[in-house]
Design a protein around this ligand. Structure first.
Ligand SMILES: [Zn+2]
Length: 84
């Protein structure tokens, strides 16, 4: 049997939200926000890495979608010396 409820659950994921900027601060501690978590109800949270890790299981359980800030410039710093 087909149910219209199942169709609702399979609704397409909304477009990627705006990239986080330096002005976006963790909802919990005020540090630079590196991850935006969009919940199924449409509201979103922004958090630093620390708090994202801390709440990750609950957020995943709540059906949150994680959008990590583009930190290519940070990664570059860490791989200094790698001439690849
Ligand atoms: Zn935080």
């Amino acid at each position: 049997m087909t149910s219209s409820v199942a169709k609702k659950l399979l609704a397409p994921i909304p477009e990627k939200p705006a990239e986080l900027t330096l002005n976006d601060r963790c909802d919990r501690c005020g540090a630079e926000a590196l991850v935006r978590i969009v919940l199924p109800k449409g509201n979103d949270l922004i958090m630093c890495n620390h708090h994202t890790n801390h709440h990750e299981l609950a957020l995943v359980a709540a059906g949150g979608t994680f959008y990590r800030k583009n930190t290519d410039h940070l990664v570059q710093d860490r791989s200094k010396g790698d001439s690849h």
